[in-house]
Design a protein around this ligand. Structure first.
Ligand SMILES: *Cc1c(COP(=O)(O)O)cnc(C)c1O
Length: 379
């Protein structure tokens, strides 16, 4: 069986988790602090704050920016539903806009049309690891005095060219970027997330919000030779990452460059193998973007039955997934959530499929997948 994804976890991670357990400190502590430092360095962000998931990161991001009832936040519908849900968590209104057909990323021209006097923020997703056009979106956000939040859940290790320099996604172009370490992403801590920002005041708010609004963290009280009493400065959450997860994350970070290089090679190989299949649209990487290839997405010709092709591949022990979901089609948003024309979002969900891609995938596997897809389309 060829799965859709497979995390690369080995002895290094197991050893790090074991050491964290045996240290006697398993909740948010020194491993989390070290993971934050190393992640910040890797993506070139002044501040990084670890949390329990990207969903909690997105929630904290909007809370820290003061998003509340009556506010509109522009989001792509074509994203994992957490992107829209975090707006609802703040009692604000997600406004759905369409993606660009080529990159599956939010279309800056559609965002511009959707801005109203109530718009307070844009959440831009680097979908499937492909960088979105944050340069255009940051310009737009600045012009309208609204916040840009990057949902970089899938994009650890992706790069973007700004002026003439290649920079990692996560040195936030907007106010905040949020990452996921779910096993479906390129590096994992089981569950986990990270917020990056250049603004020290926002970083301080993240640290309060993730830990009940507590003025003095338990790590500080634990290490103090003086009796310290904490205050609770706001209604916060328990969105902490554990030291066991962070210890694993630090080992995963060491692997990231190698994992991205491997994924880029596998994606290039897919492009070679699939390039001559009539009517199949392969992923497009703009010349200013370098994807980490969290997913490899192909668009089937209109006449082809998506579910049928996926079933024929599954019958040959090859797992696939359909195109990224559309949040506006799901129960929480199906009735009356504000939306603009979403034709490319729906088209991508209904006609795209994601192919297996992970570091341990072999070239033989890829040849088998390509042959099965070719046969599946001719069926
Ligand atoms: C996976 C994903 C999330 C959610 O991440 P979790 O860490 O599972 O909460 C949010 N947004 C996008 C675009 C994702 O792909």
């Amino acid at each position: 069986m060829i799965p859709i994804a497979l995390p690369l976890l080995a002895e290094d991670e197991a050893e790090a988790a074991r050491a964290a357990v045996l240290s006697g400190w398993v909740s948010q502590g020194p491993q989390v602090a070290a993971f934050e430092q190393e992640f910040a360095t890797l993506v070139g962000a002044p501040h990084a704050c670890a949390v329990s998931s990207c969903t909690s990161a997105l929630h904290i991001a909007l809370k820290a920016l003061g998003i509340r009832a009556g506010d509109e936040v522009i989001v792509p519908s074509h994203s994992f539903i957490a992107t829209a849900n975090c707006v609802r968590y703040c009692d604000a209104t997600p406004v759905f806009v369409d993606i660009e057909a080529e990159t599956y990323n939010i279309d800056p021209a559609r965002v511009a049309e959707a801005i109203t006097p109530r718009t307070r923020a844009i959440i831009a997703v680097h979908q499937m690891g492909m960088p979105c056009d944050v340069t255009a979106l940051a310009t737009l956000a600045d012009r309208h005095g609204i916040f840009l939040v990057e949902d970089a859940a899938c994009a650890a290790g992706s790069m973007i060219r700004i002026d003439q320099n290649w920079e990692p996604v996560g040195r936030p172009r907007g106010a905040i970027a949020c990452f996921s370490f779910h096993p479906r992403k390129v590096i994992t801590t089981g569950e986990g997330g990270m917020l990056t920002t250049a603004d020290p005041a926002l970083d301080r708010k993240f640290r309060l919000l993730r830990q009940h609004g507590m003025s003095v963290p338990d790590t500080v009280r634990h290490g103090s030779r003086q009796v310290l009493f904490e205050d609770y400065l706001m209604v916060g959450f328990n969105y902490r990452m554990t030291d066991i997860q962070a210890a694993i994350g630090r080992k995963q970070l060491e692997r990231l460059p190698e994992l991205v290089a491997r994924r880029r090679a596998l994606a290039a190989r897919y492009t070679e193998l699939l390039g001559n299949i009539e009517g199949l649209v392969l992923p497009f990487e703009p010349d200013w973007a370098r994807s980490n290839w969290q997913s490899y997405c192909v668009l089937l010709p209109d006449r082809i039955d998506q579910r049928g092709v996926m079933q024929r591949l599954l019958d040959q022990d090859i797992a696939t997934r359909r195109g990224i979901m559309c949040s506006h089609r799901e129960a929480p948003y199906a009735n009356g959530a504000p939306r603009h024309d979403l034709r490319w979002s729906e088209h991508a969900q209904d006609h795209a499929i994601l192919l297996p891609l992970y570091a341990q995938l072999t070239e033989k596997d890829q040849e088998r997948i390509a042959a099965a897809l070719r046969a599946g389309l001719e069926f």
